[in-house]
Design a binder for this molecule. Structure first.
Ligand code: HSE
Length: 297
């Protein structure tokens, strides 16, 4: 038996919700073909040339399947073919897509015996391999769809939220920002006054999402803790943000740990204008970039 699944890109953090909020988008997405093999081996193949490791223990999909095999005491293996469209290192949840896709796909092949929380549990081993941290803010929306709140990752407690009717413009500039480095530079402690501002924003954002209140979403997309530190890693971040707001974006910021930057807009046309502007900003300083206009998935 062989299945083929589409696995969406995800925007983690949603600006103020560091490690606890994430959103799946329609574009880009990976495709994965997964089958059960008679022998116990886990075989991973990529059809692209990103140079990702294929040895199961070094591959994010591979470690997830090894863990499933071990914990469920399976005698058979899996074969996975990954068509990767979400660029590794983009900050658009490329590793999460492979990890979540592997766990989700294996579950279907095993007769749908795992709960969504268990699928998240297994997929987090892939994120751990990729970034050293078992965060679930890309994995959860990838598996649940739309926007997900990771109330807790240990124990796993995921709250799926509404999907507001919004468009997403995103740019992936070709600069390298490793998640591990982007986490390393963060302050280990924060001021209470900043925490108060941040949880006001997170609560406002979640309320805005649930009520489909676009203005509330817009004024809650502020981050006083992570963005001021990380944005220095992303060339032209301030210019892109300022110009996006001028073009009518509700708000936005760094996608996950970067380098991609995303903006939310009410109209597709506005998102298209923002995407065009994003590309022009990077063209001007001769940094290649990819832009995406999408909907919340
Ligand atoms: N929440 C994580 C971070 C996402 O910001 O480090 C990484 O993709």
């Amino acid at each position: 038996k062989k299945i083929k699944i589409k696995v969406p890109a995800t925007v983690a953090n949603l600006v103020c919700g560091f490690d606890i909020l994430g959103m799946a988008v329609h574009e880009p997405y990976d495709e994965m073909e997964i089958s059960i093999s008679e022998n116990p081996e886990i075989i991973i193949r990529h059809t692209d040339h990103y140079g990702l490791p294929e040895e199961a223990s070094k591959n994010v999909a591979g470690v997830v399947l090894l863990k499933i095999q071990e914990e469920l005491d399976l005698k058979h293996g899996f074969e996975v073919i990954i068509h990767k469209n979400i660029k590794p290192g983009s900050g658009l949840g490329s590793s999460a897509a492979s990890a979540a896709g592997a766990a989700f796909g294996a579950n279907i092949l095993l007769g749908d015996r795992l709960s969504k929380e268990e699928i998240v549990h297994f997929a987090m081993f892939g994120e751990e391999l990729a970034s050293g941290v078992r965060h679930a803010d890309n994995i959860a929306p990838c598996i649940y769809g739309g926007i997900a709140l990771v109330k807790s990752s240990d124990p796993i407690d995921i709250i799926p939220l509404q999907s507001p009717d919004l468009f997403v413009a995103a740019v992936h500039p070709q600069v390298e920002v490793k998640t591990s480095d982007a986490r390393q530079i963060l302050k280990k402690s924060i001021l209470l006054k900043d925490a108060v501002k941040q949880w006001g924003n997170i609560a406002g954002l979640v309320a805005g999402i649930e009520k489909n209140d676009h203005a509330l979403i817009g004024r809650s997309l502020n981050d006083v803790i992570i963005e001021p530190v990380r944005s220095i890693l992303i060339p032209k971040f301030d210019e892109i943000k300022t110009k996006s707001l001028q073009l009518g974006a509700l708000g936005g910021g760094i996608s996950g740990s970067g380098p991609s930057v995303f903006m939310l807009a009410e109209q597709e046309e506005t998102a298209q204008h923002i995407a065009k502007m994003m590309k022009e900003v990077y063209d001007k300083i001769e940094i290649d970039s990819f832009v995406y206009v999408s909907k919340i998935n």
